[in-house]
Design a protein around this ligand. Structure first.
Ligand code: MG
Length: 223
């Protein structure tokens, strides 16, 4: 699908992100710069009060957190970043997105938490980002606050992605935004679970506001 809404980054936001370029380049992750900037812009345009938090599902080592957190800090908004930090299925040994340097030699398990925390501190976002080390669906059950912005980029299997959608999307307040990463309309380019979530959201009261690469952003409209 072609980019349907060309993304233009306002000067203030470009300045905030320019300050983070070195860290962005040094941080492991799967967020191309044009999509990261679009993600930041989507939160930047969120006009909900500052006490309505943003939530991201899937922290990994914090690349998308730099983009979202930089904007959240500017808005004096909290960003809750949820990840069990043991890697998604596609990050495990033998899978396409495995990075052996992220395996804890003692436990033998993936562990992205220390790198994530380092990224948050280097980005000067420790007061903005609430680090939630948890299974996202279990954590959702304990989280009863309405949210203004949700970014889904956790497990990309059908069960995990659907579980994230069903446990978190109902918490988005009217006028809030839902961003989904890795939306591929063409199955040869990537897994289809995020695309299914995207289609589902469009059928459940969300209207697309932004499209950049595999990132889609939708707004929950008042009915
Ligand atoms: Mg992703």
């Amino acid at each position: 699908m072609a980019t349907s809404h060309p993304v233009k980054i306002p000067k203030e936001l470009a300045g905030l992100l320019a300050d983070k370029q070195e860290l962005i380049r040094a941080t492991k992750g799967f967020m191309p710069p044009d999509e990261g900037k679009a993600l930041a812009l989507a939160l930047y345009e969120c006009d909900l009060p500052y006490d309505v938090p943003a939530v991201e599902i899937g922290s990994y080592t914090g690349l998308s957190t730099i983009y979202l957190g930089t904007v959240a800090k500017r808005q004096m908004r909290s960003l809750v970043s949820v990840d069990h930090h043991r890697g998604s299925q596609e990050n495990q040994a033998g899978w396409e997105y495995h990075d052996p340097t992220l395996v804890d030699p003692v436990s033998g398990k993936m562990d992205t938490l220390y790198l994530f925390r380092r990224t948050v501190e280097l980005a000067r976002l420790a007061e903005t980002v609430i680090i939630a080390v948890a299974d996202s669906q279990k954590f959702a059950n304990a989280f009863s606050v309405e949210i203004g912005f949700l970014f889904i980029d956790g497990g990309h299997g059908i069960a995990e992605a659907t579980g994230d959608y069903e446990s978190w999307v109902p918490k988005i307040t009217q006028g809030g935004h839902l961003a989904i990463h890795d939306v591929f309309t063409d199955a040869s380019l990537g897994g289809q679970a995020p695309f299914l979530l995207y289609q589902r959201a469009l059928g459940e009261g969300f209207r697309e506001t932004m499209s950049q690469g595999s990132l889609r952003v939708m707004r929950k409209d008042s009915k």
